[in-house]
Design a protein. Structure first.
Length: 80
């Protein structure tokens, strides 16, 4: 994940990557770099957390800021 004080979801080659550096250290208001190819969501306006839930058929990734505002959600479907 490097050293980012932000949240970002990246989709590359059918693989989803989550970067979450908004857990409580001082935020950096400006992104240090331009978006990488495949960047879908970028957020750095408030602290937050990524909630991951799973059941027999899917994984749900939901990012909320500390005001409980839904910022991003992503679902992976499929049984193995």
């Amino acid at each position: 994940a490097g050293h980012e004080h932000s949240y970002e979801r990246i989709l590359t080659d059918d693989i989803v990557y989550f970067v979450n550096g908004l857990g409580g250290r001082p935020r950096i208001d400006a992104f240090a770099r331009t978006a990488v190819p495949g960047s879908t969501v970028r957020y750095n306006q408030n602290y937050g957390a990524l909630l991951i839930t799973a059941d027999a058929t899917c994984l749900n990734f939901t990012f909320y800021n500390r005001s409980a505002e839904l910022i991003d959600s992503y679902t992976v479907n499929g049984e193995r």
